[in-house]
Design a binder for this molecule. Sequence first.
Ligand code: SF4
Length: 363
Amino acid sequence: MKYVSEFQDRNAVQYLAASIRERVAGKDLTIMEVCGTHTMAIARSGLRELLPDQLTLISGPGCPVCVTDVSYIDRAIALSRMHGTVIATFGDLMRVPGSDSTLEKERANGADIRIVTSAMDALFMAGQKAGQRVIFLGIGFETTIPTVGVVIQSAKSRHIRNFYVLSSHKIMPPAMKALCEGDVRIDGFLCPGHVSTITGPAIYDDIVKQYGKGCVVTGFEPTDILSGILMLSKQILAKTPAVENQYKRAVLPDGNPRAKEVMDEVFESCDTPWRGLGTIPASGLKIRDAYASWDASVQIAVPVKESREPHGCRCGDVLTGRIQPEACPLFGNPCTPDYPAGACMVSSEGTCAAHYKYGFHRK
Ligand code: SF4
């Protein structure tokens, strides 16, 4: 018999969905789920079909692969072509289109590119590959940044000098502020549970104070997501925006202090480009000078041509909630998960991949 957790209980799901329908009857609400894991969970669980038509869910820039700028992919490709270089990367990045190529194509052409599941795997690889340099492609949000920080600290303490990180790490609040200042209607945010386990919910305080948008930190099971939507709907309709924590079983008020300490010790704030949002001040984290010996962007010079987005791809509009994926003329033909034209169709957390996989365009 298939185990069903209390967070997937059918009756609880139906009850919460009915509560949302009752609450928002006759009102128009637009809620952005910021996190790519939410996007996929909503699609996988069919939650959209349970929600009223007046409640629009739009997806935000919360998939780390999707928001990684094409210039970063181009740099990674250029590095992969250098003699004596091993690129270590999460699998999702392999097929993200750069200006002229992908890491997958470069590997087929002979580049040494390895898929790893953690930065620590890349560090072990460096330990075994004396005489070669191993460059880990460091992307992701607050969720993954502390683990990369620990690995860089470990490289330093173990004197491993052939390991580097090409950092394109990003933090979430500046992107949410940029969205609040944009032209897309967003009444409130379902905030990412994973990020918040590290940071705690207070990182969203400014979104409420400066922009009057409600923020509910939400878990990833169907009842979590519906509870988060219900909490946010109540806030929006009562015009009482606040930061609330639906995911208390994982997100503590202070987050994870040790992880934050590591992040602060190894990284510092920088401006960074986001696909679809352009360069956002103080939205990235670069490696501090004390660890510059392990920073690929400092240690390894490589010429990179001017980057350009894949022709016709509208990932930028998808990532900012301007359009749903089906509005992209390439959606489904030719862009599919097997032959992705843009990053949002590649990633397992990408909005276009979620819409394609779960067949919204066929309904
Ligand atoms: S359908 Fe493909 S080409 Fe269009 S926005 Fe999505 S990923 Fe980009």
